[in-house]
Design a protein around this ligand. Structure first.
Ligand code: ZN
Ligand code: ZN
Length: 377
């Protein structure tokens, strides 16, 4: 923004005629005033509603300014996650009015706050769901920052990446491995990291993965990354998913040992299973095929009510545990493992103008792999 001849004679002018923020700059040589509107396009949620009614509106708003500890990111691509659907449709409570959703943000640093020294303009970065934590509570100090009660979340409590620009704290921003282009990298930032954490919470030790039998229920964005991690570690993976055309076919392509319908019985007892589908009714059938001492991990932020079931299904020291967010360590470790394997994300790309269409496709299981908005094609 600061071309030759322009200096610190720059300030906020107030509002242009659209009511939007503008800045003026003075050319030191000609003394001419230049007005510059730092306006961007963003998809804004006024009020949660079913995606079929198009609740997101493409809006001109001021480009956000990074705080001292933040980076401003020019967004190139943003993954579309099922959590975005829960936010847009109101299954998660509203935490910010006029919200910009999106928490799998890939782009280039466009400006940095005064305290930021780990990034510079032009660096390629990713911004994920965990936006900021307090850093001082009992949970943060114990390394469980994913559970911090004062945590902020990208695209839910603060604006996210369905926009041309986004800001994020530098210390919660990731450097991205070179092997992934912007679109391929986007689904790593939530679907990938959450799948990684789910695998960790199965409790299967590193040395046992090569003998492990793992069940996956639901095979969307997270499932298709998770199976690649598990297969690379040597596990046999059994996939239950209702979508035969896309999800079952992709699961076979990615090396599933067996593929069946949503609540089908895999032909083996499993050491651990992960439910990615937001369907509480899958818990009893998933427990039925879990070995004694096995863990059932629930990977979603929202789930429909869980039906009652006999104690015998969980007896035998079976464990059910949810996954809530992720730590930054999860993110960094996952990105290293993803680059080493390397993970190949399967993406269905939507233009920036097609956000509502993309969310409808996600809702109707019409995505193969992960949906991604290509904002700078
Ligand atoms: Zn905290
Ligand atoms: Zn997500």
């Amino acid at each position: 923004m600061s071309g030759p001849g322009f200096t610190a004679n720059e300030g906020r002018s107030g509002f242009n005629k659209s009511g939007l923020t503008a800045v003026f700059r003075v050319d030191n040589q000609t003394r001419a005033f230049h007005f510059e509107c730092r306006i961007m396009k963003a998809w804004v949620l006024e009020k949660p509603a079913p995606v079929e009614s198009g609740p997101l509106a493409l809006t001109d708003i001021p480009v956000p300014q990074p705080a001292d500890d933040e980076v401003l990111v020019k967004v190139h691509a943003c993954g579309i996650c099922r959590t975005d659907l829960h936010v847009v449709e109101g299954e998660l409570p509203i935490r910010k009015s006029k919200l910009i959703p999106g928490h799998q943000v890939v782009g280039r640093v466009s400006a940095v706050g005064s305290l930021v020294d780990e990034f510079k303009k032009g660096d390629r970065v990713g911004v994920a769901w965990l936006n900021r934590t307090c850093g001082i509570c009992e949970l943060c100090v114990a390394g469980k920052e994913n559970l911090c009660e004062r945590a902020m979340f990208t695209g839910w409590t603060v604006d996210g990446g369905y926009a041309e620009f986004a800001v994020a704290p530098a210390s919660f921003t990731y450097r991205l491995p070179d092997g992934f282009d912007d679109v391929q990298a986007a689904p790593l930032l939530c679907a990938g990291i959450i799948g990684y954490r789910c695998l960790r919470l199965t409790g299967i030790e590193k040395s046992d993965w090569s003998r492990a039998k793992l069940g996956l229920y639901g095979f969307g964005a997270a499932g298709h990354v998770c199976i690649q991690l598990a297969r690379a570690r040597g596990a046999e993976v059994y996939v239950c998913t209702r979508d035969r055309q896309r999800h079952q076919v992709l699961a076979r392509e990615l090396g599933a040992a067996w593929v069946g319908d949503a609540s089908a019985d895999p032909p083996a007892l499993l050491d651990a299973s992960i439910i990615f589908a937001p369907a509480g009714e899958l818990i009893p059938p998933a427990l039925k095929t879990l070995k004694q001492g096995g863990t059932l991990v629930l990977g979603g932020i929202h789930m429909s009510p869980i039906p009652g079931f006999d104690y015998s299904l969980i007896y035998g020291e079976r464990i059910i545990r949810s996954v809530a967010n992720n730590t930054r360590a999860d993110g960094r470790e996952f990105l290293i493992e993803a680059a080493r394997i390397p993970i190949r994300t399967h993406t269905q790309v939507f233009a920036f103008s097609e956000v509502n269409e993309a969310l409808i496709a996600l809702k109707t299981d019409a995505i193969r792999g992960a949906a991604v908005l290509n904002i700078v094609p």
